[in-house]
Design a protein around this ligand. Structure first.
Ligand code: ATP
Ligand code: MG
Length: 326
């Protein structure tokens, strides 16, 4: 059995990008391996968050994990801020990271673009992410394509630590869906769909009402042609919608092309909305029940205890090897 770890930032409402790129795989992997899934609330504060919104978004993300099918008896579900070893190893990893490595990170460049001032935490965030993974000596990291570069840094840091202080950390591997590892925005297919986008029309939230989903899809940008064809080079927008369709309808891209041959984008977009609604509605129903019952607090308490047990042991070993007085 392998160790699996991943997390989502509580920086907004989870989107179907998060669902396709990562959460669906969490649900699958919980049956196969020892899994740790957290809400990375300490990463969320690398951009400013209103306290009430942060609290709500964090509980929302954890409840959505469970509503989407994560079972707290199979996987450990917890909040990053509940296990202080993350912050401690995060600092240690920051000291092992070179400035140049962080300067190369495309996510930092994207998120800092056009801003007058940017917090130092947004810059050093990849070192904390490395700590998140290494604390559990995780083998498999289910993430979207945008996290590839951060995962590469994690491997470099693990190697650096192992070389200096003796072989200890496992080399983590990314685990991504073949189609949909990078779902693009509905309003601009050159940008990835992101829950923190200021334009709600750019993403479909996992808690969006059916009519909102229908409206967002009818407004989704497409090219001026009418052929439903998977061609990410020349038909980025339609190809993106096809990737989404493929996941929600569990159909291959070829089957989708055949189904809409000669019909234009209208029927395709309408059906896509209904496919998404059909999958999200039961999740939304369970979500409401979970929030109403308050059970998520018990899940997170149990998860924090389980996670801390593993994380604290790793931290202790790291400190011992580095020469801290214990
Ligand atoms: P933010 O805008 O705050 O960074 P986000 O939507 O990028 O939010 P994260 O919390 O950063 O979400 O990432 C959670 C997980 O979802 C990660 O595994 C990430 O790779 C994956 N993910 C994020 N966006 C997409 C996307 N557009 N397509 C596929 N996977 C995605
Ligand atoms: Mg992100």
């Amino acid at each position: 059995m392998k160790r699996v770890l991943s997390g989502m930032q509580s920086s907004g409402q989870l989107t179907i990008g998060n669902y396709i790129g990562a959460l669906r795989n969490y649900v699958k992997l919980q049956h196969l391996h020892q899994c740790f899934f957290m809400v990375v609330d300490m990463h969320a504060i690398t951009v400013p968050q209103e306290p009430a919104a942060l609290r709500e978004q964090t509980e929302m993300a954890a409840a959505l994990y469970v509503a989407a099918g994560l079972d707290p008896n199979k996987a450990t579900i917890f909040l990053q801020s509940h296990v202080s070893a993350h912050a401690e190893l995060g600092w240690i990893m920051t000291t092992l990271t070179n400035m140049g490595e962080l300067e190369r990170m495309t996510q930092f460049k994207d998120k800092a673009e056009g801003k007058d001032s940017v917090g130092a935490g947004l810059f050093t965030y990849p070192s904390l992410m490395a700590a998140d993974i290494l604390l559990y000596n995780a083998d498999i990291i289910p993430v979207g394509d945008d996290q590839k570069q951060h995962l590469e840094l994690t491997r470099d840091l693990a190697n650096r630590f192992n070389n200096r202080f003796g072989e200890y950390f496992t080399m983590p591997e990314a685990y991504m869906p073949e189609v949909g590892a990078r779902i693009m925005s509905l309003d601009d297919a050159s940008k990835k769909m992101s829950k923190s986008s200021p334009n709600p029309g750019s993403f479909i939230g996992m808690l969006d009402e059916p009519d909102v989903i229908r409206k967002k899809l009818s407004r989704a940008v497409t090219d001026s042609g009418r052929e439903v064809k998977f061609d990410p080079q020349n038909k980025r927008e339609v190809s993106n919608l096809m990737s989404i369709y493929s996941h929600f309808a569990e159909m291959s891209l070829v089957e989708i092309e055949a189904k809409y041959e000669g019909q234009g984008y209208g029927p395709f977009k309408k059906d896509l909305a209904e496919q998404i609604v059909a999958v999200l509605e039961p999740i939304q129903q369970r979500y409401k029940e979970i929030r109403r019952s308050g059970e998520i607090h018990d899940v997170l308490k149990k998860g924090a205890q389980e996670a801390a047990e593993v994380a604290n042991q790793t931290l202790l070993e790291v400190k011992k090897r580095m020469g801290f007085v214990l």
